[in-house]
Design a protein around this ligand. Structure first.
Ligand SMILES: [Zn+2]
Length: 452
């Protein structure tokens, strides 16, 4: 049975919709966005104590919205606001069975808790699949996923699991020793024409391994999708050279307010007009309209109807390029150089291999009563997990963190928990999740980001 059928009617409808909508002229997209913004404002005003308070204090009523520009009358919200008003921001009871709870590492190592409607998954997946179709992916094509999923090893030592519905082959970005990488590459070569779904840091490690050991590149890789961390241009070029295919990136966030992806020709990010209303705001909160200028990505999401976020500041910054891609002709907002908390930070396993921090970002209750956390590492295979505890943090929480993270780390790295009063950023303000003190030359593979 074709995967689109297994994914259900909602997915099929959304998929068709996204395929058409990506070519809409800008006027049609704007009209669609205005309609959706109005619906979200009405929903939040009627159903959430938080937005009711905000709107009333401004003397604002959802009917007051005549143009998308009118939205700027409302204040922006950020992670802080969300964590302080969590239950007041929901449109329905969170005990409903169609409500999902998600917790994520968020920016600055501060866990963020969110509630989402279960139905957003098919809308999101439809947009993602449509984005990937631009570079030759089609549903049903095998996908080799090398990310944070916990995958058990078979007798040969290969970490591999298979999902026959989506035809996804799961490997482990947490197991990247030379032996692991060799087994993983050999297996990928057997799964037929496929795409790779990876962290930029893991595909870079794989590409460097191929170059270093003179390994044969699987000839069946048709494209690479690199997500969740910044993709440095030099890395993209190296990966594309080694695998002889496109290294394609999508941008999204757990908060589901904006989604963007490259196109057939360009690596610039095309912002999906049907996923949310997108704004790029400068330091003073003014819209960035000059190409080449930088602004913060601010989004009003359309797909989360349980906890809608209006003018949500993502903490990610990007360069504004224009309102149309010259290469493909899509009339989308085009941005590039997305920067923010999506840094490439790694822990070093006992054998010297690298464990991407992104793979340890737990999307469950692991960090439930944790305000902030950061790893500190001085010795391969060992680390200290610094925790700034939230109210009620106790032995049960430490135990859960040890258990859940320990399961992922699979004895490649042991860690002790240290409760602290404050967690500071590194001197360069970049290392947020890992205070990495092992010098580069002492690591097995040099995977330094070619950042400027
Ligand atoms: Zn384009």
């Amino acid at each position: 049975m074709p995967p689109a059928w297994l994914l259900g009617g909602m997915f099929r409808g959304q998929h068709k919709h996204a395929q058409n909508a990506q070519w809409w002229p800008i006027e049609r997209s704007r009209a669609y966005q205005l309609e959706n913004v109005r619906a979200i404002l009405k929903l939040t005003y009627e159903r959430t104590p938080f937005y009711r308070r905000v709107f009333d204090s401004l003397g604002f009523h959802p009917q007051d919205i005549r143009t998308l520009g009118d939205l700027s009358q409302l204040p922006t919200v950020d992670k802080q606001v969300v964590s302080e008003n969590l239950s007041d921001m929901c449109t329905k009871s969170i005990s409903n069975s169609d409500v999902d709870f998600v917790s994520t590492g968020g920016g600055s190592g501060t866990p963020l808790r969110l509630y989402l409607n279960a139905s957003r998954s098919s809308i999101e997946y439809a947009h993602l699949v449509t984005s990937l179709e631009r570079v030759g992916y089609h549903l049903g094509m095998p996908m080799a996923v090398l990310r944070g999923r916990t995958v058990q090893a078979d007798r040969s030592g290969l970490h591999h699991e298979y999902d026959p519905i989506l035809r996804h082959h799961y490997y482990s970005a947490l197991h990247m020793s030379d032996g692991d990488m060799a087994r993983c590459l050999a297996h990928i070569a057997t799964i037929g024409p496929c795409f790779l779904h990876v962290y930029p840091s893991s595909i870079t490690a794989l590409a460097r391994f191929i170059l270093r050991e003179g390994k044969e590149v699987p000839k069946n890789v048709r494209g690479i999708i690199a997500e969740s961390e910044i993709v440095y241009p030099e890395q993209r070029r190296m990966v594309e050279d080694v695998f002889a295919c496109r290294c394609f990136s999508c941008y999204g966030q757990s908060e589901k307010v904006a989604l963007a992806a490259g196109c057939e020709q360009s690596d610039d990010y095309h912002v999906w007009p049907t996923y949310g209303y997108f704004e790029l705001l400068d330091e003073r909160g003014q819209p960035v309209t000059t190409p080449g200028r930088q602004g913060e990505i601010v989004g009003t999401g359309f797909i989360n109807t349980v906890m809608p976020l209006i003018r949500y500041r993502t903490g990610d910054w990007a360069i504004y390029v224009g309102d149309r891609c010259e290469a493909c002709g899509r009339e989308h907002t085009i941005i590039r150089d997305i920067r923010g908390h999506r840094t490439q930070e790694v822990l070093i396993a006992g054998d010297g291999s690298e464990i991407p921090w992104a793979a340890l970002n737990m999307h469950d209750d692991t960090f439930l009563r944790v305000r902030q956390f950061q790893f500190m590492q001085e010795t391969p295979g060992r680390a200290v997990l610094r925790i700034l505890p939230a109210e009620g943090f106790g032995a049960k929480d430490s135990g859960r963190i040890q258990r859940n993270l320990g399961r992922k780390l699979d004895s490649q790295l042991s860690f002790t928990i240290e409760l602290v009063d404050a967690i500071s950023l590194s001197a360069r303000g970049k290392a947020i999740y890992v205070d990495q003190r092992i010098p580069q030359e002492k690591r097995a593979s040099s995977n330094a980001p070619c950042d400027t």
